[in-house]
Structures are given as structure tokens and as C-alpha cells.
Design a protein around this ligand. Structure first.
Ligand SMILES: [Zn+2]
Length: 291
């Protein structure tokens, strides 16, 4: 088993502005440093009393195709790419001040968030990060889509995403895996963008969603490949699904040790796995300091 690492935060505040893919509304996100044990919280500065919504599985709400957190009737939406950036860069304590419910979409990846966070600098704190070690096989979902957690003798967090779009030849079958502790998140995961099929894009438009988004903003696949766009990786779709998985697993609020494999899963199943793990295991928080 690897030694626990120290908690981390950012060195100072940093802000970025964009618009929500679904709502089309402008939103400003400000990341602020936070003390040990604080975790990641969203703060709705646009609402009376500035309600706080902790980024934990206890506040996970069900929304289609995205991760929504809700507490006492106040929500933040499309948080997964922010959470993936924080987790991928191992930033454990952070306040995320926002002035809308829906987080900015940018290019559909985590890169804009990861870039500003890494630019301000990440600082080590004085307490160890707690962690949850998977000690038996656990699986949620059915034969069509599932997520599995199993023990990992190497003591690391290994993630694999198995993507299968048999009806979309430009996507097809893809697999991407990474070890969270060692992956170059900024280079190999953060830039991977979200994607939809042309049929999905048209259906969303008909529901009045995504009016501000064009083909250049997000990857829309037709049989010949992405429309008016170039892939950043040949397996960009699988990489994005892994990015989503990292964001959803952030809701554990601690490091995870185990082997995690997902087959065609999405936010709902990822969240369900985290919920089951949290219910089942007690986080072993070690307060002793190790060199
Ligand atoms: Zn995503």
C-alpha cells in the first residue's frame, strides 16, 4: 500500500467566465483556496444567503447526461468537468463560487478549468488526505452498462473505460485506462471533449437546449466523423468518459484505492457506485504524518 499523500489546495483565487451548454446563460466561476478538511464546495453567490453545496455523493441529484448537486432546493449543474479538473490535479480543498446554476461548458472538456487551476499553483497542506480502499468486488448496472470496483494489490487508483457505440462507426469500440496517481491529467485527460451523435444533437435542439452551442464547440458525430471539427485524440470519446468518471468519483470526498472498470456507464451509474462504496466502507483517515 502506498503512503497517504498530503491534502492540497490552490495558492490564490482565480476566475473564469463562459456559458452553460444547456441554458446558454453566462456564468462566472471563481476558485478560492480552502483549509484542510474543507473539501470541495460550490457556493451560489447569486442567491440570498449564498447557499453552500458540498461536492459529495450525499448531494447528488439525478439529471440526464450530466452531474447535478442539490441541497435544500438549491442546485449546481454540469459540475463534473470542474470536479474532474480538481481531482485530476489533486486539489482537495477548494471553494467554487458561482453565479448561476449551470457551470460553463467551454469546449466540453476539463482543460479550461485545469489550466487556470494549475496556473495559480497547487500547494501542499499539513494534513493527510483520507482514502477508501476497495476490499472486495462491487458492481452496479446490468449487462448493457456497468461499473465495477475491485481490490487493487498495487494500492493505486486504476481506471478503465470501455466504450461501445456499435451503431456509430466513427466512434465504435474504444478503451482508455489510466492510473490516477501518475497520469498526466493536463495533457492526456483534461483536453478530451464531450460528444454527442447527430441524432442526439438534433433531439436536444428540438427541446430548446444548446442554442448557443455550434458544431465547433462540441463534438457532434455523424458516420464520417465529427462535424466541422478535428479529434484531439483518436480515442477522445473514451478519454472523455474516463474524465467524467474521475469527476463523478470525486463525490467520494476522499482518495479511492482500487481497480475501477466501466462499460458504457454514465454519471448515474458512476454516482451509484460511489454511493454504494461510501455506504459500505469506513474511510480510514490516518492523522499521523508520514515523511
Ligand atoms: Zn463529460
Amino acid at each position: 500500500m502506498k503512503a497517504q499523500r498530503y491534502q492540497q489546495t490552490i495558492s490564490r483565487r482565480t476566475t473564469l467566465t463562459g456559458y452553460g451548454f444547456w441554458s446558454g446563460l453566462d456564468v462566472t466561476v471563481e476558485f478560492r483556496p480552502a483549509p484542510c478538511g474543507h473539501g470541495v464546495v460550490f457556493i451560489r453567490r447569486d442567491l440570498p444567503g449564498m447557499p453552500v453545496i458540498p461536492a459529495t455523493v450525499d448531494h447528488l441529484a439525478h439529471g440526464p447526461r450530466r452531474t447535478t448537486l442539490s441541497r435544500n432546493g438549491t442546485a449546481v449543474d454540469m459540475v463534473e468537468h470542474i470536479l474532474a479538473a480538481l481531482t485530476g490535479l489533486k486539489i482537495d480543498n477548494c471553494q467554487v463560487w458561482v453565479d448561476r446554476a449551470e457551470m460553463p461548458g467551454f469546449d466540453g472538456s476539463s482543460l479550461p478549468f485545469a489550466q487556470v487551476l494549475s496556473q495559480v499553483g497547487i500547494v501542499r497542506q499539513t494534513q493527510l488526505r483520507s482514502r477508501l480502499t476497495v476490499d472486495q468486488v462491487y458492481q452496479v448496472g446490468d449487462e448493457n452498462s456497468w461499473v465495477r470496483a475491485e481490490p487493487n494489490p498495487s494500492g493505486t487508483c486504476e481506471l478503465t473505460y470501455l466504450l461501445s457505440y456499435p451503431d456509430e462507426p466513427a466512434i465504435g469500440e474504444q478503451t482508455f485506462g489510466a492510473q490516477l496517481e501518475t497520469v498526466d491529467f493536463l495533457k492526456d485527460v483534461a483536453p478530451a471533449r464531450t460528444f454527442v451523435t447527430r441524432a442526439e444533437a438534433e433531439s436536444l435542439r428540438q427541446q430548446g437546449l444548446g442554442r448557443r452551442v455550434n458544431y465547433h464547440d462540441i463534438l457532434v458525430f455523424e458516420n464520417a466523423g465529427p462535424i466541422n471539427n478535428q479529434l484531439r485524440f483518436v480515442d477522445e470519446c473514451a478519454r472523455h468518459k474516463l474524465l467524467d468518471m474521475i469527476g463523478d468519483f470525486a463525490l467520494a470526498g476522499c482518495d479511492l484505492v482500487g481497480k475501477f472498470t466501466a462499460y458504457r456507464s454514465g454519471h448515474r451509474l458512476n454516482g451509484e457506485l460511489v454511493r454504494q462504496l461510501k455506504n459500505r466502507f469506513t474511510v480510514q483517515a490516518e492523522h499521523r504524518k508520514t515523511a
